[in-house]
Structures are given as structure tokens and as C-alpha cells.
Design a protein around this ligand. Sequence first.
Ligand code: HEC
Length: 692
Amino acid sequence: MGAEVRRMARLAASMAVCVAAALAMGASPASVDWPNHGGPVDESGFASLDQINRDNVKRLGLDWFLDLPGEVSLEATPIEVGGVIYFSGSYSAVYAVDAVTGRLIWKYDPQLWKRNSPKLQKMFPINRGVAYADGRVFVCTLDGHLTAIDAKTGAALWDVQTLPETSGHYSTGAPRVFKDKVMIGNAGSDSGNRGFVSAYEQATGKLAWRFYTAPGSPEENAGDATQLMAAKTWSGEWWKVGTGGGPWNGLTYDPELNRVYIGTGNSGPYDPRIRSPGGGDNLFLASIVALDADTGKYIWHYQANPREAWDYKATANIITATLTIDGAPRKVLMQTPTNGFFYVIDRETGKLISAEKIGKVTWADHIDPVTGRPVEAANIRYETGETILYPGPLGGHNWQAMSFDPRTGLVYIPYIQLGGRYTTRPVPGQIILGGLTVAAYRDPADPQDGTGALLAWDPILQKARWRVPLDTFWNTGILSTAGDLVFQGTPKGEFFAYDATSGAQLWRFDTGLGMMAAPISYSVGGKQYVSVLVGYGGSAGGSGELLNYGWKYGAQPRRLLTFSLDGKAKLPPSAPPDMIVHAVDDPSVKLDPAQVEEGRKLSLTCLNCHGPGFTTGSGPAPDLRESRMALTPDGLWAVVHDGALRSRGMPAFDWLTRPQVNALYAYIRYAARASIANGGKPDGVGAATSRN
Ligand code: HEC
């Protein structure tokens, strides 16, 4: 070896040490990707980058933005791989964008509206994101098509239908990749559909395995030891009545143990006396289930809510970590399901390590540390026909991901304080699902109800280290970074950075539109960026005034925003929020009370998008009281029955008859008049149920 070569080799070796040291300190090497939905494979939502940090975050500015015409409700957490950002929009379109310049590279549009699947009528259009592996981007559409897309060209490589074509299932979650597979779950539990997760070969789209989160009929379960075990916890004819358990969001791959963890959904019907009259825990509802990554075979389960009865779900993100507990390292997973407890579970065995309430939680006294089962409060199972408890169906924490910073050891949780009223009696204007009407509840005597907080939670001590109160509760998922920063957005359009150790607010940006999606951070060429999608809608539709911040449908542009230190881009001004209902009417139209009443009942079909009683203010569809197209029965018929706005996301309800559309017309007129009489003040009833 010549002297020159030796010198080079020494230099290279010392540089390698430098990079390793820099990485260990969490500094910014040339390029750090955000390759998965939750960032690193542990789904921690943590970026090991510190170029943007506590000391300089004041200098954080908009670097570039990309307008997204045609988009409405943006809930996706983008991913970033090799200098390209990939994300999905409302109607499951996928975008590839240059992560440095913001230039659109390609857009893949599955044109869902052309398929006019009945699934599109059941759920407001949203998609929580894509996955990437080996030059392929994966998306699952609302109507259940899992598609592999060429990351370079945006061309579809293969497409498989993951759902029964005629069932009430639909999909909103991000697929997850591991080894040579891609997995996806589904939703639809509220209407009783049996949930499952499927893994496909990344290369071909061939089904590798499928795991059901609730048992099927005796014939379907035959020979399947896991489903037979689950079936022992059910009674009656659940496979005819409905089960649920849809794993629509939290899925985590564990490379250390070669497992996947599945967070399962709520029951359907909600009232367990209907679906399983002879008792039973009803596995695997509201549970975390560990499966072998290669075979999908059952390993263990932990059920947060045995005999689930309140629309509680364990579908929040699941974070894997190694924590030192009682002096010993433990391989754990952490989750805060909607029931409002923070769980630390041994991921080798599935045994509970600890669980504590993160806020106002009244349904249980505590979780028994020995059995791992909740000690439930009295009369929470609406034995007397009605109960009010906390959290309600929107949860103490929902799909907006919490984040774990391994350096501070803290988990940052978007906390919700809101109750639920559960009654077995029908309530006008609200959906009775499975024998139960479920609505959000705010105690007039508790000013904290209907507010939220950002919690910094110590998972070992099981208590909050600090807490930032927020006057909104439907706040976004969290990004934490090695720069001692925690990022979060709000439905009012505020984007905040906080000090990760104290919770002090360090930075704020006005995005000009309500936010729902979680931010990410990555670096390209030694420069760190923070990116986030801005587009309000989603659950704000079915929730009426509860989530109305005046973001009228289509009034503000939808965007991808990307920030860096000293970023100088400026957002063009957009329309301010408007809380007033600008109802239009034709006073010459006479209303028949019976027809109005029929229209009120039929309007439940429209509730998810247009709001309860047509009172949506800022949902995923326009306020029909303001609609000129709904001023005549013919205009309404053209839109609702004939599908005149199908390509814009208004499904064709071609099964509605002319008298039914006329009844809807009467009810829209009635609602518009009520609003005019009320001076256009925002109104409405509370959330019916949470949808996923
Ligand atoms: C899955 C969501 C969804 C459901 C369910 C839904 N709509 Fe729509 N609707 C939309 C969207 C999105 C638009 C706006 C399309 C556009 O941008 O032009 C719309 C627009 C409309 C319009 C036109 C408003 C205007 O003046 O621009 C009418 C009228 C309407 N819907 C009626 C109904 C009725 C009645 C029902 C129930 C039978 C219903 N919709 C159910 C999503 C939905």
C-alpha cells in the first residue's frame, strides 16, 4: 500500500468515525429520509435531525409550498425517500414532489369516481398515506384497491381489490411495508363489518396472508385454532349480526422480533347485548394483536376493552421501544387507544407492564396490573338506557399520531377532552347504530370539555411531565426531533413548535387553513426541512358545529408546506374563516311537515359529508343550506340521483327515488329557512359517531 493510499484510508476511517459520532449525537448528515408513515420503523414520529433546533427555530420560515387543486381533506403523513416526497390526497391520488424545490414530479389519480363504488357513499373521502419500498409506492384507495406505483414514473404496476366488493368495508389507512411484503387493514366496523389485515407480496400483489380481527361463522372458523379461540368469547350468531374490529390505522412492524402489531377497531353493533347476547369478551375487538410477520400467525393479544360497548378502538399508532423499567431493559410497545389510558406492554409476551389515565377518563377506575383488565365504573354499560362517560367516541386520543423522543424519553400525545352520551333511545337527527345512539358530550359545568392539550408523557413514571392546554381538541399528530423540538398543528391553522423538555412555545406559523395532518422532517444535501399537508375537512363534516372553524368548503387552497431555516417564501393571502351561514331560499316553496320529516330521516345518508341536519360548516362537502343547485327539485335530482358532480366527489345516489329526493329537497329548504331565521349563526348538533 503506497503512502498516499494509506493516508486516504486513514482519512476515510476517521471520516466514518465522524459520521458515526455525528449520528450518535443526532446531528444532520447529508440526507436523512422519512421512509415510513411514522418516520423510523418503530413508528415513533421522531426525526434524528438537529439542524433546526431550540436555539434557532425562530429563524424557521416557509421554504416552498405546492398548491393542490381538487384536494379537500388532507390527513396523510407524507413520506420522503431520496429527495422525493410522496403523499396521498383526499381521493387517494398519489403525488411525488421534489423535496428540495417543491416541483410536482408526477401525480397518480385512480379516478375513484369512475368506479362509483357504494363504498364511496359511506365515508367522506380521505387517505392517511402511502408506503415505499424498492422503487415502488403503495396506496390503498377508499374503495379498497391496493395499488403499487412505479416511484420513478407514477405508473401503476399492479392493483388488487383487498375488500369484498359489496361489503360495507372501506380503507383509509396507510399501507406498511416490511421485508418483501406490504400490509393494509380496513374500516367499516360501525356497520358491523368483520375487520382483517392482509399482507401482499410487494413484487406481484399476490396475497401472502390474511388475519381476521373477529371470528366468522362456524364453517369459516373450522380448522383455524386462533379463530376458534376467539369464537369462544362470543355467543349467539355474531357472524350474522355483526362483529367489527377493523384495523384501520395503527400497524407496526417489529424487525427485532419479526412481528407485526395490529391495532383493532370498535364493535359493530356497539351494544354487546345485540351482537353477543350470552356475554363474552368478544376477541379481538379493541385489542393489539401480535402476528408473525412471515405467516400472519397469531402470537399474542392484549384487549384494552373486553366486550367493547362505546365505539372504543385500539387503532391509534403503536410505537415500539426499549425502555429501562425497574433497572432492566424491556422490549415494549406503547399505545394510547381512544379509551384514554396510556399502555406500556411487553412486546415479547403481550403482558401489561403499566397503564394510567392521560386525562379525564371516567369509564374505568384503573387497569388491574395483574389481570391486565379494566376495573369498570358502575352503569357504564347503559343498563338504565343512558350513560355519560369520558372519553366519548372521539376518544382521549385518536388517529392523530403520538410521537416518542428516545432522548427525552417522553411521548408527546395529542390529548382530547370530550365526553360521550350513549343512549338506547333514538335521538332525532342522529344515527342509531346497532341499538345505540352515540353523541359527543360537553359538560356545561366543565370549561375544559371540548378542549385539548399537548401532553409530554413519561412512559416509565406514567405521568405528564408538562402539558400545553389548547382551546381546540382535534389537533394534529406530532413530530418530535433531535433539535429538542415538538411540532403540532391545530384545526384553526396554527402550526407550532415547542421546546421538547419544557413545552415552551418557540415558534408559530399561520397556515391560513385548518390542519389535520402530521408534520415530518427530513434532510437533503445537508439541509433539514419540515413538511406538512394543510387541508381541513374529514370528521368536521359529521361533527356539525363541534369541529366548525369557518373553513367553508373550497374557500381556501389546499397545500403542501415545507419549512427550513431562513426560508423566505410567502403564502398568498387566502379567505379568512367565516362562521356565518349564507343560506339561500325560495320563499314561494310551501313545505309539507311530513315530507320534511321524511327528508330529515333520509339526510342521515348524507351526514358524514354534509353534516347532521345539513349543518356542516367546514366539512369535506359544501353547506347545502348555501347551495344554489339545491334551490330546485330538478337541480337537486341532477346532482344527487344523476351524479352531475360525481367527478368532484359527490357520489351518485342512483338508488334514491324521485319522491325521496323531493323529501330531501324539502328538508334542505327547511334547514335553510331555520338558518335564515337564526340570522345565519352557526348551529347544529354534536358528533354522531367518530368515523375512520
Ligand atoms: C361521500 C361524501 C358525500 C356524501 C355522502 C354526500 N355528498 Fe353531496 N357533495 C359531496 C361533495 C364533495 C360535494 C361538492 C362537489 C363539488 O365540489 O362540486 C357535494 C355537493 C353536493 C351538492 C351540490 C352543492 C352545491 O351547490 O355545490 C348537493 C346538492 C349535494 N351534494 C347533496 C347531497 C345529498 C342530498 C346527499 C345525501 C343523499 C349527499 N349530497 C351526500 C360529498 C358528499
